[in-house]
Design a protein around this ligand. Structure first.
Ligand code: GLU
Ligand code: ZN
Length: 295
């Protein structure tokens, strides 16, 4: 039996610029693929036009290029995949695996994000309703390459979840699973903020007959004051002229060595060395970036 060739991906959402946390995820994903001569694909997760920031797509592509994170083939755009998503939603709905939900946000407020199943057997029409997938009363588990064993009981901890919103837009959970399978992704390397989304994705993969990829969730970058570095909190866009120092900081956040002579290297040179020395087993489950490495 031949093992399919490593295919990784980076899947930014164009709701903002890339920040340091996204660089850490992109770099880990790129290195993990390139260290084994694997492929690395880029997918723009532009499923939500109202939340897209004008100019963000181009800026993201440009930043990746400037930082030397080259991808293979064409960029995939989720906004061009709506027909594929629609046919899967139709199929799941027609099979009774998904159903229409008319609950308002207000009605669900008291349930802490776990859907209480109000519309499960209501037989609502699809028009103007969200579509939810029925989850089984089962625990989904996997072994993450950095975070170790992770498990979640879908019925108790998540509940039936939305795959298509009331406004017709497709949910991340559905799009990501369909596109990872469509692009032949064998390895998913991404931020640990998505760890608790993974069991939902495992369930959809199982339901749709897809192969389960391997997972590596890189630590969230926590600032010295305890705040997560994210889109909403003090996350300056990555500057093109800071590529080398920021790549070195990102490597340190991933537990990798950064030989002193790399300080004056080009981004491509930094990446070539990092690729040859890549040690994913040195990634910590949690990282606090020293104050000095944030500015
Ligand atoms: N689009 C997601 C983000 O920007 C990443 C999704 C994924 O890697 O599965 O956080
Ligand atoms: Zn409902």
């Amino acid at each position: 039996m031949t093992q399919s060739r490593y295919t990784g991906r980076f899947a930014p959402t164009p709701s903002g610029f890339l920040h340091f946390g996204s660089l850490v995820a992109a770099l880990a994903s790129w290195l993990d693929a390139r260290a084994v001569d694997g492929r690395w694909q880029l997918r723009m997760e532009d499923t939500d036009p109202p939340r897209e920031m004008p100019g963000a797509r181009d800026a993201i592509l440009q930043t990746l290029e400037r930082y030397g994170l080259e991808w293979d083939g064409e960029v995939a755009f989720q906004s061009q995949r709506f027909d594929a998503y629609a046919s899967v939603v139709d199929r799941l709905f027609n099979m009774g695996l998904a159903y229409a939900c008319t609950c308002s946000r207000k009605q669900l407020e008291a349930y802490g994000g776990i859907y209480p199943g109000f519309c499960r057997n209501a037989g609502h029409a699809r028009e103007g309703a969200a579509i939810r997938i029925r989850v089984p009363e089962l625990t989904y588990r996997f072994t993450d390459r950095v975070q170790g064993e992770y498990q979640q009981h879908l019925g108790r901890e998540v509940g039936d979840f939305v795959i298509q919103r009331r406004d017709g837009l497709y949910a991340y959970q559905l799009a990501v699973v369909l596109d990872d399978a469509w692009q032949g992704i064998t390895d998913i390397v991404r931020g640990a903020d998505l760890l608790d989304n993974t069991p939902r994705q495992l369930y959809l993969q199982e339901l749709l007959g897809f192969t389960q990829p391997r997972y590596l969730h890189v630590p969230l970058i926590v600032q010295p004051d305890g705040h997560k570095l994210g889109k909403s909190y003090r996350s300056p866009p990555l500057q093109a002229d800071q590529a080398t120092p920021l790549l070195l900081r990102a490597l340190r956040a991933l537990g990798q060595d950064t030989p002193a002579q790399l300080a004056s290297a080009t981004p491509a040179q930094v990446l070539a060395v990092a690729r040859a020395q890549w040690r994913p087993e040195r990634i910590a489950q949690r990282t606090t970036v020293p104050e000095a490495d944030l500015h």
